[in-house]
Design a protein. Structure first.
Length: 260
């Protein structure tokens, strides 16, 4: 298993497949290489790119260093860009989009970026809900109630209570509890759920912001607001897709965008 060492000493585990220009895939909350959408997506992109997937800090086979700061996760992604040859395209989903934007704003080695449904949900006007989630999430994590923190997150993103209860009864729940502290990292990246306009205005590389046509209106609105804030971004909708986007539906669009 290859690794890179971030600036603060954190070990970041990654893998790569395929041949061609480097393309790094960045997960959202609670996902990592062994549990998330990126390995299936990488398999569909490997004929066009050298595709890098990695475990964000505190997840999978990567280590962690406290205290957390957005700048430290930016350094993780920068270390992977260096390992990929010194420049890369980047695709990110959900809260991973916020990390990618923060990195692209300070590192010109990201030459193109594609973002799927950045969850800046407060763009729909519901700032109170985001603040209440942040407060309760930190209370639960500080108290060591990792399982309740995971359940809170699932509820926050719209998962019905009976479904959460079913998942909580599965053996895999322990794995989710183990990475629950990283929920606070993603929440910090989203900074209250508003598009970071000042930061976005500095990102001049070609960008594509995608949304699913079957996703909640708040996510579609957040995606459009993100595209509007990026100086060179194009916005597209993938018909019939939700936040759990199908790799088969997504891959052709990414190949087209990054391949031109």
């Amino acid at each position: 298993m290859p690794t890179v060492t971030s600036a603060d000493g954190t070990t970041i585990a990654y893998e790569h497949t395929g041949a061609g220009p480097a393309l790094i895939l960045v997960d959202g909350a609670m996902c990592y290489r062994a549990a998330g959408p990126m390995r299936p997506l990488a398999a569909l992109l490997r004929d066009s790119f050298t595709v890098y997937t990695y475990d964000r800090r505190g997840r999978g086979e990567s280590s962690d260093t406290r205290p957390y700061a957005t700048a430290r996760e930016v350094e993780d992604l920068q270390a992977l860009i260096a390992a990929a040859g010194g420049q890369a395209y980047v695709y990110a989903i959900s809260s991973g989009a916020a990390l990618t934007m923060a990195t692209a704003a300070v590192d010109p080695r990201i030459t193109k970026l594609a973002l799927y449904e950045p969850p800046f949900m407060a763009e729909s006007g519901d700032d109170t809900r985001a603040k209440e989630y942040t407060q309760r999430l930190n209370e639960l994590l500080d108290a060591g109630q990792n399982g309740d923190a995971v359940a809170l997150f699932m509820s926050h993103v719209g998962m019905p209570a009976p479904v959460i209860d079913d998942i909580r009864a599965q053996p895999s729940w322990a794995t989710l509890e183990a990475i629950a502290p990283t929920l606070a990292y993603d929440d910090q990246l989203l900074a209250g759920g508003r598009v970071p306009h000042d930061l976005a205005s500095t990102i001049a590389v070609p960008a594509l912001v995608l949304a699913g046509g079957a996703s909640p209106q708040a996510l579609q609105h957040a995606s459009k607001a993100t595209a509007d804030a990026l100086p060179t971004a194009e916005h597209r909708t993938l018909d019939g897709q939700t936040h759990d986007v199908s790799p088969e539906a997504l891959a052709p669009t990414l190949i087209e965008f990054f391949g031109t």
